[in-house]
Design a protein around this ligand. Structure first.
Ligand code: GLP
Length: 241
């Protein structure tokens, strides 16, 4: 794991954006793995700026998102599809047909999970997977206790995650309790991972991820087994290392 510590989330996001941009410039036909949540917002803002001001070209890029809430249609303001459209896809020249976000309205999630995995494989696998981290150390929606070999599947959200995400829904009650998520095993198959974390409330999860034992209780710790992981932090998130 390569850990990069920048003084602010802005500087860290610029650094992360440079890594994504370098890949897209070197390999215009590539597959990116994307994440939602507050953490990657500034990274996406910087990619939009690079597209608008520097002509960064996403026209041949394919994307796969990590996860989606079960039951939310793409038009729901808190769905991850909506999030991606508003915060990235609507502002760059990616072909929306090449953007994939799991469908929270699928009827048979077992079959759907297999199909999503197949789509990733057909696209040649994920070149670079952007990741955030939950305060309990989860990646995507792989909550504590998730198998480190898990694949795309249905997952029940941990109470801590429901609490953390209540800020977007107005109340805990309104947060969906189920999600469809890439598994830890799926994520580990991407060729490179770029984990971002900002703020003091992520410091413990980051310390456990980077310096703790590899454990299903902190699914991000499985990244220690991956050959190419870059962790980009601000000083607050790095404060317990
Ligand atoms: C959710 C998402 C994760 C994300 C996490 C942290 O649980 N499924 O992919 O990393 O939230 O979100 P935030 O960046 O808002 O702290």
């Amino acid at each position: 794991m390569r850990v990069i510590i920048e003084s602010t989330p802005e500087a860290a996001s610029r650094r992360a954006a440079q890594m994504v941009a370098r890949l897209v410039r070197q390999k215009p036909v590539c597959t990116l793995g994307l994440a939602t949540g507050g953490t990657p917002l500034k990274l996406y803002g910087e990619l939009i700026r690079m597209h608008q001001e520097e002509g960064l070209d996403f026209s041949r890029v394919t994307t796969f998102n990590l996860d989606e809430y079960v039951g939310l249609p793409p038009s729901h303001e808190q769905s991850y599809r909506y999030f991606m459209q508003k915060n990235l896809f609507d502002h760059i020249n990616v072909d929306v047909r090449n953007t994939n976000v799991p469908d929270g309205r699928a009827l048979d999630f077992e079959k759907y999970g297999e199909r999503y995995e197949q789509l990733i494989e057909d696209a040649g696998g994920i070149e670079l997977q952007v990741l955030g981290i939950g305060t309990d150390g989860h990646i995507a929606f792989n909550e504590p206790g998730s198998s480190l070999g898990s694949r795309t599947r249905l997952k029940t959200l941990a109470p801590e995650t429901v609490r953390d995400n209540a800020r977007f829904f107005g109340s805990e009650k309104a947060v969906p309790k189920l999600a469809i998520t890439m598994g830890v095993g799926t994520i580990l198959e991407s060729r490179r991972c770029l984990l971002l974390a900002f703020g003091e409330n992520k410091a413990e999860a980051i310390a456990a991820t980077v310096e703790g034992p590899v454990t299903a209780q902190v699914t991000a710790s499985a990244l220690q087994l991956h050959r190419e992981v870059v962790v980009v932090l601000d000083e607050a998130a790095a404060s317990k290392l």
